[in-house]
Design a binder for this molecule. Structure first.
Ligand code: SAH
Length: 361
């Protein structure tokens, strides 16, 4: 049994069954045994790989998006470049390299990284040691510097804790995690006795008994924060992640350890836990916060609109021996049977700014 599993069992004995969100938060961020605080999980040697780790072209396209967005804001003298969940800092490094085409942007940029894992903060510091602009860390969006901002996150939203609800006798009941009555070292899923009677699940689709739907409460915190900032200055936010364009029915909680799916309840703290991002709900939340929001587009659409094919061509011309590898990376990022379609990009901003580059015509 992992040390964290023992702690979770003790906690359930003391406090009763645990929500899926509380379980996810413990597994991912428990300071001594959680998945992120205790390791660098990224890359071929680690547990999973992400788009910026696949190819430099990904971060470079986000870099061009940042420069164009800053221009759309009228080139403010200071632009906060705020990244949520920066992993190893690879994407920010690629963003800043691509942004060198606009020296005035580099001069204006102040990077703020929001990272829950001390281990990854240290790696980010190393990756960005030669950054052309200042880099600092903040504990959460609400602590990040005010003023004009570009807020970005890749594969950040998918690790925000989700709550799950199951339809029973025509009402939603929260899915809870309990100790297995037949095995005191095991964890099992159960349901709350009382139905859940709050409006934050009003957007769930019409469902039959037995259906499961998911809610990520932190999405509303993000749109609320952006709503607060747009009253003061220009803000554009971009999130890329995997998930459907509309709220869907189904259990999407998944655990990945060393690039393999495992049972989410079997080894808490040893596997990455994620869930699909509900882009439909995020759109509704941003619209309800009175932000201008672009409908989610596929990652392939976004990267192609930003010019990734031309970038691949130029990189291949500069280094012909790398051309087959670059072609494979491009396919991984944009083909529909790879990351191209399942992954989506969504963006929102103040009303009155020009259309959002890469997402809107
Ligand atoms: N964006 C990177 C890393 C993705 S992994 C990439 O694409 O490669 C998820 C990242 O989000 C990790 O850095 C993780 O530590 C961080 N993270 C997850 N939840 C967080 C939270 N609530 N606050 C801050 N960082 C978080």
């Amino acid at each position: 049994m992992t040390p964290l599993k023992q702690r979770i069992i003790t906690r359930i004995q003391a406090e009763g069954p645990m929500s899926v969100a509380a379980y996810m938060a413990a597994c991912l961020f428990d300071p001594t045994h959680g998945f992120y605080p205790t390791r660098d999980p990224l890359g071929a040697e680690g547990d999973f790989i992400t788009a910026p780790e696949i190819s430099q072209m990904f971060g470079e396209m986000i870099g061009l998006w940042c420069v164009q967005s800053w221009m759309d804001m009228g080139q403010p003298q200071t632009i906060n470049l705020i990244e949520l969940g920066p992993g190893r800092g690879v994407m920010m490094n690629d963003i800043l390299r691509a942004a060198r085409i606009a020296p005035k942007f580099i001069k204006a940029a102040r990077v703020t990284l929001i990272e829950a894992s001390a281990a990854l903060q240290a790696v980010q510091g190393q990756t960005l040691a030669n950054s052309p602009c200042p880099v600092t860390w903040a504990d959460g969006l609400e602590k990040s510097p005010r003023g004009a901002a570009l807020i970005i996150g890749n594969e950040f939203l998918d690790c925000l804790p989700i709550r799950q609800f199951v339809r029973k006798n025509g009402a939603w009941h929260e899915r809870l995690i309990n100790i297995d009555p037949d095995d005191e070292t095991g964890l099992i899923f159960g349901l709350s006795e009382l139905p859940y009677a709050h409006d934050d699940v009003a957007h769930f689709p019409q469902s039959e008994d037995g259906a499961l739907c998911e809610l990520c409460p932190a999405l509303a915190q993000i749109t609320d924060h952006v709503k607060l900032r747009v009253g003061e200055s220009a803000v554009r936010a971009l999130f890329i992640d995997y998930g459907p364009a509309q709220t869907q029915i189904g259990d999407t909680l998944q655990a990945i350890k060393r690039h393999t799916k495992v049972d989410p309840l079997s080894e808490p703290g040893e596997a990455d836990l994620t869930a699909r991002v509900d882009f439909g709900h995020l759109f509704e939340l941003a619209a309800a916060a009175k932000l201008h929001v672009a409908h989610a587009v596929t990652q392939a659409h976004f990267l192609t609109a930003m010019g990734i094919e031309m970038r691949a061509l130029n990189l291949s011309k500069a280094k012909p021996e790398a051309a087959p590898k670059i072609a494979r990376q491009l396919a991984r990022l944009t083909d529909s049977d790879q990351m191209g379609t399942l992954f989506k990009a969504i963006a929102f901003q103040n009303y009155g700014l020009p259309p959002i580059v890469g997402l809107e015509p």
